[in-house]
Design a protein around this ligand. Sequence first.
Ligand code: NAP
Ligand code: ZN
Length: 361
Amino acid sequence: MEQDRAITTNAPFGGVSLRKVEREAPADGQALLSTVETGICGTDRGIVSGALGFSYNPAGRDYMVLGHECIARVASADGEGLRKGDYVVPATRSGGGCLNCLVGRPDNCSDNDRHDAGVTGKDGFMRDSFVYSTSDLVKVNDESVADVAVLTEPMKNVMKVFDSLSHITKLSVYHGKDGTLRSRRALVVGTGCEGFLFSMMASDAGYITQIVNRHDISERQKRILDTFDVDFADYSRPGALQGEGVDLLVDTSGDPAALLGMLRHVRPNGVAVCFGTNENVAPASMSGGDIINIVEKNIVVLGSVDGSKKHYMDAVRQLSAWRKCRPDAMKQMITGRFRPENTGILLARQPGEIKSVISWQ
Ligand code: NAP
Ligand code: ZN
C-alpha cells in the first residue's frame, strides 16, 4: 500500500505532526484527488493549540488529518462531469439526516448530526492525496483562478451572507434613491482573511465600505484594500470611524465588546452580521438602551455559519471575476506559501498574514 504525507493533530487535545498515512483507493461515486494547496486559518491553529473543545478525531482514531481549505486536481473520477486534471474545491461539511441536510443545506444543519473535514470527526485535506465523494466537489471551470482558488472555502461563507442579505434587505426599502447601494455604508470589524473578503464583497456590491481593527495593518494589506476601494481605520484612534452610521455591520472579531460598540452605529433597517467566534475573549454587557436601539431601528441581527455547495460555486465565480480585473491584488491575498514539512506555520500567525498556504506539489 502506498503512503501519503499528512499533517495531523489529536483533537481536541491538539499538537501537530507530519506523518505517513495510507493512500486511499476510491470507491464508486468517489474521486481520487491530488492536493495542490491547502489554506491555514484560525480554526486549524485553534485545534492545534487544543483551544477548540468541540473538535474531535474520526471514530476509533487517535489522530485526524487537518485542513478544510483546499484546491486539488482530479487524478481519477467517475461522474459529475469530472475529468483527470480538473481543478476542484471540496465542500467541507457532510450532512446527516435532518431536513436541511437532506436537501443539500448541511450549512443549516438543525440537529448537529454532521461532520466538518479537518474539524469534527472527518479527515481534512492536508495530505498529498485523498478520496472524496464526487457530489461534494465543486469544479473550477476557469483554470486562471487556480492560484487563488484556495480562497474558495473562506469566500463561500461570504457568499452565503450576501445571499441571506438579498432576502433580509427586502423587509424595508434598503437601497438608496437611485435604486443602488452606492449611498449605503458597510463596516467590517476585523482584518483577517474573512474580514478582507467581506469588505471586498461589500464594496463590490456598492456599499461605501470601511474595515477596522484596533491597531494599524501593513502597507501591503492597505494597498489591497485600496484596490477594492475599501477604507481602513484603526478605531483605537479618536474619530477614525466614518460618522454617518452604517447599514451593514459584519463582525469577524467575535469580540462582544467590539460587536456591541459597533451595533450602536447601525442605522434604521440595518443588518448586523455575527460571523466571528471567539470563546476566549472577555464578556461584555448589553444595556436596556442597546436593546431599545435594536428594536426601535428594526435592526436584523444575523448569525451565519458555513455555506452550501451553491455558495462554493458563487465563490469560484466571484474569485474568478476578481482574479481577472484585479490580478495583482488577488495574488497578494496569499501572503505566504510553505512546504508541508514546515508544520510550525500551524502554530502561530505570520506578521501581516492574510492567507498562508501549504503547497503539496
Ligand atoms: P482571523 O484572521 O483570526 O481574524 C479575526 C480578526 O479580528 C483579526 O484581524 C483580529 O485582529 C480581529 N479582532 C479581534 N478582536 C478585535 C476587536 N476587538 N476589534 C477589532 N478587530 C478585532 O480569522 P478569520 O479567518 O479572518 O476569521 C474571522 C472569524 O470568523 C474567526 O473568529 C473565525 O473563527 C470565524 N469564522 C467563522 C465562520 C462562520 O462560518 N461563521 C467561518 C470561518 C471562520 P488581530 O490582528 O489583532 O488578531
Ligand atoms: Zn443536519
